[in-house]
Ligand binder design. Structure first.
Ligand SMILES: O=C(O)CCC(=O)C(=O)O
Length: 232
């Protein structure tokens, strides 16, 4: 199955399910746990019937797992991590729907992964843009050089929101907007400071993110399953 079709099929499947759990606001997001599938669906906080994203899914979606093992992602990641072989650590789909897709707020990936990885410093991500990404539809914005400056101070929020950075600590003009065409892939490590703005356009702005670690380590779904009391 083509990659866009596989993503939309997964969203459709998850939208039809009723996992019987509440939608819980946490930080800037709204999460719903699906224990049976050991996954988390993110809903748009201002439109809680619209999916914002899903993470993880390679353990239940064979098509999307196969895409994540494509050498066009894996080979550059092996170089980036300087290892011979890598495995998936986690996967995320962001669908940022036309007009209603909200922001992904300023953050590094590192703090989100401290609790469930062997070493978040040894995880790197490939972002595949499924649509042209522009300032208007909420392209990725990155802080050049931030991957060399270590882990930033957490923001002042409590709970899950503490993983987010204080949005005022980086001036808007320091961020570079990655306006890239559909089919582009952006690779980065867990320390890069990044965000993306709401989608103000009439088209979706979807990204598929695969995060990798050196081979032989447990995928994040193992700790997630333990946490959720679901599959292991
Ligand atoms: O899709 C995006 O705009 C940002 C992706 C990202 O940084 C995330 O979901 O953590």
């Amino acid at each position: 199955m083509g990659v866009r079709a596989a993503c939309e099929a997964m969203v459709e499947r998850l939208t039809r399910r009723d996992p019987g759990t509440p939608k819980i606001p946490a930080g800037s997001y709204c999460f719903q746990v699906d224990r049976e599938l050991s996954t988390i669906v993110k809903w748009e906080p201002d439109h809680t019937d619209v999916v914002q994203g899903v993470e993880p899914f390679a353990h239940f979606d064979g098509d999307l797992r196969a895409w994540g093992l494509d050498p066009r992602f894996v080979d550059p990641i092996r170089d980036l991590l300087d290892v011979d072989a890598v495995d998936l650590f986690t996967e995320k789909l962001n669908v940022k729907r036309a007009r209603v897709g909200g922001p992904i707020v300023l953050h590094q990936d590192y703090p989100y992964w401290v609790a469930n990885s062997q070493d978040p410093g040894e995880i790197a991500t490939a972002v595949l843009f499924l649509d042209d990404a522009t300032r208007d539809n909420g392209c990725l914005e990155v802080l050049p050089g931030s991957h060399r400056d270590g882990v930033r101070k957490p923001g002042s929020q409590a709970g899950f929101g503490a993983f987010e950075m204080d949005p005022t600590c980086v001036p808007d003009e320091a961020l570079v907007s990655l306006e890239v065409g559909a089919g582009s892939v952006v690779f980065f490590g867990s320390l890069l400071v990044h965000r993306s703005a709401p989608n103000r356009s009439n088209g979706d702005r979807r990204t598929l993110l695969y995060s990798y670690q050196p081979a032989g380590r447990e995928a994040s779904v193992v700790s997630l399953a333990a946490l959720l009391g679901g599959r292991s």
